[in-house]
Design a protein around this ligand. Structure first.
Ligand SMILES: Nc1ncnc2c1ncn2[C@@H]1O[C@H](COP(=O)(O)OP(=O)(O)O)[C@@H](O)[C@H]1O
Ligand SMILES: O=P(O)(O)O[C@H]1O[C@H](CO)[C@@H](O[C@H]2O[C@H](CO)[C@@H](O)[C@H](O)[C@H]2O)[C@H](O)[C@H]1O
Length: 564
């Protein structure tokens, strides 16, 4: 491995005779140094709290392309001793095109180059991110259309295998990389396809691919059809490198949409909101919606119900995909329940430690925020949180565990104007691949959506002045509860003929509460790491769960306390 040096990318590397030489010795050493710095500064670099100490090209593939182009698999050594592998497509451009990249999108430039022929300077160029290069992107799509298999440059067994399904001729489709920074890199091909290139490589088949295959084969219409995939074949199981899906015409994602709806709606409300009636979420979800509620919320309540139905229909298809063992639903037996609770307890313990640390840091501050108060309350009532999780251990019947979306929230749903499409089946990116593909109760996805409505209501409220916030807060809660029961109602109606849930209503309650708690715990961790300003939203979610009166809660001196 070549150790990292700073600023290596500024010194042009001389290549002799042909731009293709830029990938090989003697350019390989400066390229690996440049890659170490470049990868570490990308949005998709996953371990931002760790430095890259060195990078080494593990294997490379030459893409038949107009531009000198390769797909590199780069092993990146981290300062904690771990090694991750990144997928790095690269292309070389020169002349005016190189100058444009240098000026307009310098972040795409991995390394400047100069071409020498017979000792004379001939041209200047740059090695760039291949996914920023339209020629590379056209050749990438062509590789799917022609189901190309490419042997590695080093010889040996490694192959890059592209497979396509009815892609047709995409040569006229203008490729465009998605401007928004994300975990992976997405490319739009005209209005027909969306390609995703995985950045951090996981060993094995991505859930995005096997779920896409399962749903497409099961005839589920509310997710983009899988049109192609590319895998690295080098060991027992192939590793997913990229995917192509049909593009779904949309009006943005359901998160953006709902925030717009809520802003407009909150501007129209007056007085006090109607009452949702006696009972809790399940009770409201299972009885016909009161006309007063439908009138007060407006058309969105029907959309929420439709979204619930679409999610339920997805679960029905997934539960019915029994030809493939990876999908066959299994009973949540005693040992699964124990494993489930043990994992959630571990995450809660970690969270409470982090919150205690936060509390002691914040103790010196003159201003006490709502998040500070929530933190104190949660720390004081930790035993209740643990005992709510433990409730699942006592269930005789907890329904089934099966393949689920696993990271469902409003940002993973496209709104078409009248309907929804569910996307991005990769699971929570921070978890290892086997956990992301694990079978879980479908209520995981329902809980993800319910938490998202809570986020939406809280985010809409945060945009208002403090005075407005106090008058609008009851309305925001009413909205959240009404759309949540509509979504749950839609989900329950579309899954009514299945046995994926436990039969008893008490068990359904306990399970949904468990997953709401689990998700809110995950979200507080997520916000602490990524958006500390948002932490009050999931803390509020945890408080709401805590404050829901439940006669079964254990007293503070119970055994849970010792186990925590
Ligand atoms: N099939 C599709 N049709 C239209 N837009 C899509 C499609 N798939 C993804 N997108 C857009 O691309 C974005 C990123 O896709 P996503 O699968 O969420 O990537 P990531 O795994 O990097 O988060 C989405 O938020 C959406 O705006
Ligand atoms: O989309 P990702 O798979 O990267 O999901 C991560 O980031 C999400 C934020 O972008 C985060 O979602 C949380 O915030 C959303 C609003 O921004 C809200 O709708 C979700 O309900 C809430 O969980 C997600 O948790 C995280 O995994």
């Amino acid at each position: 491995m070549i150790p990292v040096q700073t600023n290596v990318a500024n010194a042009p590397v001389e290549v002799e005779g042909s731009w293709n030489a830029a990938f090989d010795a003697p350019s390989r050493a400066p390229l690996e140094r440049a890659l170490a710095t470049w990868i570490m500064t990308r949005r998709w670099y996953r371990t931002k709290s760790r430095e890259v100490t060195a990078a080494r090209v593990r294997t490379s593939f030459t893409l038949p392309s107009e531009a000198p182009a390769k797909v590199l698999f780069v092993d990146v050594a981290l300062d904690d001793g771990r090694t991750d592998t990144y997928v790095v497509p690269l292309a070389v451009v020169h002349g005016d095109e190189a100058e444009t990249f240098r000026r307009a999108t310098p972040g795409d430039v991995v390394m400047p180059l100069t071409l020498q022929r017979d000792g004379e300077h001939e041209d200047d160029g740059v090695m760039i991110d291949g996914l920023a290069c339209p020629r590379f992107l056209r050749d990438w799509l062509d590789a799917f259309e022609t189901a190309r298999t490419i042997a590695s440059d080093e010889g040996g067994q490694s192959r890059l295998r592209f497979q396509g399904r009815d892609l047709g001729d995409g040569s006229k489709l203008a490729p465009k990389r998605l401007a928004r920074e994300q975990t992976n890199t997405s490319v739009f091909y005209g209005d027909r396809f969306v390609g995703k290139v995985v950045r951090k490589l996981d060993e094995g088949v991505s859930p995005d691919l096997d779920m896409g295959r399962g749903l497409t084969e099961g005839g589920y219409a509310h997710t983009p059809a899988l049109a192609g995939w590319v895998e690295l074949e080098s060991g027992d199981e192939p590793s997913t490198v990229g995917l192509i899906h049909a593009q779904v015409p949309n009006r943005g994602d359901a998160w953006e949409h709902v925030l717009g709806v809520l802003d407009e709606w909150l501007a129209t409300v007056r007085g006090a909101p109607p009452n949702l009636g006696p009972g809790d979420l399940f009770d409201h979800a299972m009885r016909p919606r009161d006309a007063v509620v439908t009138k007060a919320i407006g058309p969105y309540v029907n959309l929420a119900e439709l979204l619930g139905r679409r999610i339920g229909e997805m679960h029905v298809v997934l539960a019915g995909h029994t030809g493939d063992r990876a999908f066959t639903p299994m009973v949540i037996d005693a040992s699964s329940r124990e494993a489930l609770v043990a994992m959630a307890r571990r995450d809660l313990t970690k969270l409470l430690d982090r919150l205690a640390q936060r509390d002691s840091t914040r103790a010196e501050s003159d201003v006490r925020t709502a998040a500070d108060e929530a933190t104190r309350t949660l720390l004081r009532h930790r035993h209740v949180l643990f005992s709510r999780l433990d409730r699942v251990l006592g269930l005789d019947d907890a329904g089934v565990r099966m393949r689920v979306h696993g990271d469902l929230h409003l940002g993973q749903v496209l709104f078409t104007g009248t309907d929804f499409a569910l996307i991005d089946f990769e699971g929570e990116p921070a978890r290892p691949l086997d956990e992301r593909k694990a079978k879980r109760s479908p209520l995981v996805d329902v809980a993800g959506m319910l938490r998202s409505f809570d986020y939406a209501a809280a985010s809409a409220l945060r945009k208002r002045s403090p005075d407005e916030q106090s008058t609008l807060a009851p309305w925001a809660r009413f909205w959240r509860d009404a759309v949540s029961s509509a979504l749950l109602g839609g989900w329950l109606s579309s899954t009514a003929k299945t046995t994926i849930l436990p039969a008893s209503i008490a068990a359904k309650h306990a399970l949904l509460d468990f997953y709401l708690l689990e998700k809110a715990i995950y979200e507080v961790h997520y916000e602490m790491d990524n958006r500390p300003d948002w932490i009050d939203i999931p803390l509020g979610g945890l408080l709401a769960i805590l404050e829901r009166h439940d006669p079964l809660d254990e007293p503070p001196s119970g055994p849970e306390r010792k186990r925590a």
